[in-house]
Design a protein around this ligand. Structure first.
Ligand code: S3P
Length: 176
């Protein structure tokens, strides 16, 4: 079976939704950021600080190449995965791509809870940066097979909506 790949901006819920979806489907779950962190024994912030963003993107591409070879997995990606056409080609080859979206207010609210995103460090400029990045990436996120706005939905609602889409699209082969 194809992988189920979650893409989308920071704070749209990819990791949380992915983990629960995998659990519900009885499939293995992988998170590209977590894999990079594990392999470096450093968090994303530290990797950005020590090695810089270009290095991070290079590692991200390597991890995505590897994860794309899996079958039957649920894969959550970092928000910038769409910046590389190579990533998207790899992920699409054996995956159904689902974009999670959220309003700017929701993104700001969710990402302010934990300071783990180096791109959003400048507290005074956060809203401006989020708007700028969203604008730059909007088209890339919309190249998915399915888009779902998570702003005013419970986790369960989001999962149910994804399950409905997957079932309709024949991605679950009538199971669950
Ligand atoms: C990034 C998103 C982050 C992480 C890194 C860069 C981005 O992942 O990969 O900080 O460029 O949007 P999350 O979307 O899981 O926060």
């Amino acid at each position: 079976m194809k992988n189920i790949v979650l893409i989308g901006f920071m704070g749209t819920g990819k990791t949380t939704v992915g983990r629960l979806l995998a659990n519900r489907l009885g499939r293995p779950f992988f998170d590209s950021d977590k894999k990079i962190e594990y392999e470096h024994n450093m968090n994303i912030r530290e990797i950005f600080e020590v090695y810089g963003e270009i290095y991070f993107r290079q590692k991200e591409r390597m991890i995505i190449t590897r994860l794309s070879r899996y079958n039957n997995a649920v894969i959550a990606t970092g928000g910038g995965v769409v910046l590389s056409p190579e990533n998207m080609t790899n992920l699409k080859r054996n995956g159904v791509i689902i974009t999670l979206t959220a309003s700017v207010e929701t993104i700001l609210e969710r990402t302010s809870r934990r300071h783990t995103r180096p791109l959003l460090d400048d507290l005074d400029q956060r809203e401006k940066i989020v708007n700028k990045l969203l604008k730059e990436r909007a088209e890339l996120y919309h190249s998915a097979d399915y888009n779902i706005d998570t702003s005013n939905k419970s986790l369960q609602q989001v999962i149910n909506e994804i399950m409905f889409y997957l079932r309709q699209g024949g991605y679950l082969r009538g199971r669950r």
